[in-house]
Design a protein. Structure first.
Ligand code: FAD
Ligand code: 2HG
Ligand code: ZN
Length: 471
């Protein structure tokens, strides 16, 4: 260890104490790679401040010593945003010790938490006052509220409640020079200038460290109805989405799509999964209604699906009859990421398209991907109700790194050019991180890139906050 690193570690030790520093290689290891095992990095130290004051002191010290900072929450991100680079110069700042619920206000319908609070614990806190926080995703047992803000996370209830951007009322942020911006307001209306809060949503650790969040709460749903349906084509599922929206209104809470290969993959690689009791079909959807009142949702969903079947939109459907059946259906959907990790290397595309273009896009993409890489296995699933597909292409587990890299480059070009032609986005909900950083320049306009770079320059002139990510 050189002298300047040793001095830095001594100063950090004085700021956060021994419980706040990890220097041992084994203890650091989980912080130096991502959930997918795709990126690996190095760091002189993982710092784990206990509160905003300590975070501010750490960031100020890093600013004075020109030390780059990589903020990390639950480390479940899918774009490599929380992994330091291999230089060994970047300090990892983990928010996981900042895990207090600060305040709950059931009259204002707000929950104020430290940024390191795990999403599932925010759900529990809301439930403790008979309220509901709706952001819901497969990683909710590990991801943090701060990470959800920093990536503008989406998940399965966006079509009803919006993504994280719509669910955050206020933020507290440690700025790159160590000052604290206290924007922890629980207001639905506040037209006092530029939307600073909005700037930090989706900023992926490049503009500051989020330390506190005010979340919007909703009425706790009391009734649920869940169904699995099978259809011949994606056009039919898109029409069904329109019909369910019209018939069921805002009670429609989730509309998730899985192709037959996605379903086969999860059943082959995730324990205790079995096919739903419907005919095997090329396109399947998991639909959920929920309501805070007493309406009988099962009857409503059953009648809607019977009409859809009568119209020839779906071939078969089953309504969940118990909580256990509902969990089993959701396990099929939420196990797909894990199944992909076990089955091979996935070349991932987290894309958004206008819902009206989804079916044409998928037909064309299948043609183009198979023409470019014959025999390839496409795993296509996602949040149909948001026009968000996880359009992943599987490669074998033992593929050579150079071959994987060439294939990734080739297929990213094929899929993303088509996404652009259809007016879509190359990153719907997982963020840019390292994964899409270089492609961003191709698919965003020069004006957008320049505006983002100027904001970065104004807020972080020394480029110390998560360098090498997003921009
Ligand atoms: P991390 O992975 O630790 O960090 C992600 C980014 O945020 C990094 O750039 C990091 O620097 C930055 N960051 C983290 N905390 C802070 C902070 N306090 N201040 C500033 N910057 C910060 N995502 C979805 O949107 N929808 C899904 O349905 C979904 N499903 C998933 C399912 C599985 C099984 C897994 C593993 C992931 C899934 N994800 C999904 C991706 C991931 O869970 C989300 O991106 C989540 O929001 C990341 O939170 P985190 O705390 O783990 O952040
Ligand atoms: C999901 O919707 C996540 O399950 C992960 O966003 C998607 O693994 C993926 O590609
Ligand atoms: Zn998703």
């Amino acid at each position: 260890m050189d002298q300047s690193t040793e001095r830095l570690l001594n100063k950090l030790h004085a700021l956060v104490g021994p419980a706040g520093l990890l220097t041992d290689a084994d203890a650091q290891a989980p912080y130096l790679t991502d959930w997918l095992g795709k990126w690996k990095g190095a760091t002189p130290v993982v710092v784990r401040p206990a509160n905003t004051t300590e975070t501010a002191a750490v960031v100020r010290l890093c600013s004075e010593t020109r030390t780059p900072v990589v903020t990390q929450g639950g480390n479940t991100g899918m774009s490599g945003g929380a992994t330091p680079d291999a230089s060994g110069a970047q300090v990892v700042l983990s928010t996981t010790r900042m895990n207090r619920v600060r305040a709950i206000d059931p009259i204002n319908n707000t929950l104020t938490v430290d940024a390191g609070v795990i999403l599932a614990n925010a759900h529990d806190a809301a439930r403790s006052v008979d309220r509901f926080f709706p952001l819901s995703l497969g990683a909710q047992g590990s991801c943090t509220v701060g990470g959800n803000v920093a990536t503008n996370a989406g998940g399965i209830a966006v079509l009803r409640y919006g993504n994280m951007r719509d669910l955050v009322l206020g933020l507290e942020v440690v700025l790159p020079d160590g000052r604290v911006w206290n924007g922890l307001r629980g207001l639905r209306k506040d037209n006092t200038g530029y939307d600073l809060r909005g700037l930090f949503v989706g900023s992926e650790g490049t503009l500051g460290v989020i330390t506190g969040v005010v979340l919007k709460l909703f009425a706790q749903p009391r009734r649920h109805a869940t169904a699995w349906v099978g259809a011949e084509s994606l056009e039919q599922l898109v029409s069904l989405l329109g019909m369910v929206r019209t018939r069921c209104g805002e009670r429609l809470t989730a509309f998730e799509m899985m192709t037959a290969p996605s379903l086969a993959l999860v059943m082959a690689h995730v324990a205790d999964t079995r096919a739903p009791l419907v005919q095997a079909m090329p396109f399947n959807a998991l639909i959920e209604l929920s309501d805070a009142g007493d309406a009988s949702l099962s009857e409503l969903l059953e009648a809607t699906l019977a009409e859809a079947m009568g119209d020839g939109l779906i071939v078969d459907a089953t309504l969940s009859a118990s909580e256990a059946q509902t969990q089993a259906l959701w396990k099929l959907r939420e196990g797909i990421s894990q199944a992909q990790v076990r089955a091979g290397k996935a070349i991932k595309h987290d894309i958004a398209l206008p819902i009206s273009s989804l079916a044409d896009f998928v037909a064309q993409a299948e043609h183009d991907v198979l023409a470019s890489a014959p025999g390839t296995h496409i795993v296509n699933f996602g949040h149909l109700g948001d026009g968000n597909l996880h359009y992943n292409v599987m490669m074998p587990l033992d593929i050579e790194p150079a071959t994987l890299s060439a294939r990734t480059h080739q297929l990213n070009g094929v899929v993303h050019q088509l996404v652009t032609r259809f007016g879509g986005s190359i990153s719907a909900e997982h963020g840019v991180g390292q994964l899409r950083r270089d492609e961003l320049r191709i698919y965003k306009s020069p004006v957008e890139m320049e505006l983002m770079l100027r904001i970065k320059q104004a807020m972080d002139p020394n480029h110390l906050m998560n360098p090498g990510k997003l921009l």
